[in-house]
Design a protein around this ligand. Structure first.
Ligand SMILES: [Zn+2]
Length: 408
């Protein structure tokens, strides 16, 4: 087993392409915001919240998702959104993460009558990220070219499922307005509103919204139903990622690629499992799985791997050593290491990398590839030549750090 020191993993340049803004708040910030905005929580201390809500292990997905009601309530406030965005970027910079693509469902934060519109929510996040980016990029060592620049892109999520109550003021009103439509028509209509809005906001306000995503309950809500939403993004030069194969099998990943034009896959956990294929028309499941693995690998469709989160929401895995990332590595797939939720999963990018290298065979050349995918397969906002130069600079920096730590 290759061993890397904590110091090397900390110093190594990193990215995070799969992190939810509403799952990655600092606990003291959440407590402060809850007090300020009168949000009812089961505890107002860090210890209490760690014991009752944001744990290191969870019994099931429901328990994992429980804390989001508090974070989303705190984020229905423009000042709070800006602060959370700023702090998230700073926390990443402090562990040498030079690129992030934070994602969130704007409609979960929206309350149009209270001034929380798609535009104001996006502007508030933009202000927070932009401030952190400028601060970093104005540092003397960054200006001198001895440390990489920090960049970010925003991913806007549609929710696979919401109901008339308990999701957000926006969703409740949306549901009521469409009372003569069926449930699936309502959720896909909201998703379509989202993608049209973010394309317009990106183009008119120059806010780096780089991709859409589909989040929430996977079972019962196949991504193929959101084809029109993804086609709209596709035809407007917007990148695409989909949560797929997290709670549902390989067919979900197949749909993400063929119906939603996915450039990347969130989790992709069940790609390798024959017994999760349920379509009766697929007679040779082994062949289907092998063809799909080869297709995904060859197209370099990148898998956003979130180790801790998978262990927490999927008790079946039991031990990190059983995680399917071993098959992803063995098949030389394009994969990146991500946190999913820094607060809810109680993790950092460094911790996720440490989990990977401590439990799987990852020689330095392969580790360098994984790090490089995080920059090359990012949805960097800007032109391709700039992206290429920046990614190249980051990888030159990687070599310097690796040499300094004696691993290259
Ligand atoms: Zn996620």
């Amino acid at each position: 087993m290759t061993k890397y020191s904590d110091a090397f993993i900390q110093d190594m340049p990193k990215s995070d392409l799969h992190l939810h803004l509403d799952g990655s708040l600092r606990i003291p910030t959440l407590i402060e915001m809850a007090k300020k905005n009168n949000i009812k929580m089961p505890s107002y201390t860090e210890e209490g919240l760690r014991e009752l809500v944001f744990k290191s292990t969870y019994a099931n997905l429901g328990e994992y998702l429980h804390g989001f009601q508090y974070t989303c309530a705190a984020l229905r406030d423009l000042e709070n959104i800006e602060r959370v965005a700023y702090e998230l970027a700073i926390d990443n910079q402090n562990e040498n993460v030079y690129y992030i693509e934070p994602r969130f469902a704007p409609q979960l934060m929206m309350d149009v009558e209270a001034g929380l519109t798609m535009e104001t929510v996006m502007e508030a996040t933009y202000k927070g990220f932009e401030r952190a980016k400028k601060e970093h990029n104005n540092r003397p060592d960054v200006k001198a070219g001895t440390r990489p620049e920090f960049h970010y892109g925003i991913i806007s999520c549609a929710m696979r499922n919401f109901g008339p109550k308990g999701y957000s003021p926006y969703y409740s009103r949306f549901y009521k307005t469409m009372e003569y439509s069926n449930h699936m028509e309502i959720v896909t209509a909201a998703a379509l509103q989202m993608v049209k809005a973010v394309v317009k906001i990106r183009d008119e306000k120059n806010i780096p919204i780089v991709s859409i995503d589909l989040a929430g309950q996977e079972e019962g809500y196949p991504c193929a139903k959101f084809h029109e939403v993804y086609a709209y993004a596709h035809k407007n030069f917007m990148h695409k990622t989909v949560h797929a194969g997290e709670a549902y099998g390989a067919e979900s990943i197949f749909q993400a690629i063929t119906d939603c034009y996915a450039d990347r896959i969130g989790h992709g956990y069940y790609l390798f499992e024959e017994n999760k294929v349920v379509d009766p028309k697929i007679s040779d499941k082994k062949k289907y799985i092998n063809d799909l693995i080869s297709f995904v690998a060859d197209k370099r469709t990148t898998i956003e791997v979130c180790l801790t989160s998978n262990l927490q929401t999927n008790p079946e895995i039991k031990d990190i050593k059983n995680h399917n990332v071993k098959h992803m590595l063995a098949n030389r797939m394009s994969l990146t290491i991500c946190t999913d939720n820094r607060l809810v999963s109680d993790t950092t990018v460094s911790r996720e990398f440490k989990l990977l290298v401590d439990n799987f065979e990852v020689p330095i050349k392969h580790l360098k590839d994984v790090v490089a995918y995080g920059f090359k397969k990012s949805f960097y906002p800007g032109n391709y030549i700039d992206k290429r130069n920046w990614a190249k600079n980051v990888m030159v920096y990687f070599d310097q750090v690796a040499k300094k730590h004696g691993v290259l």
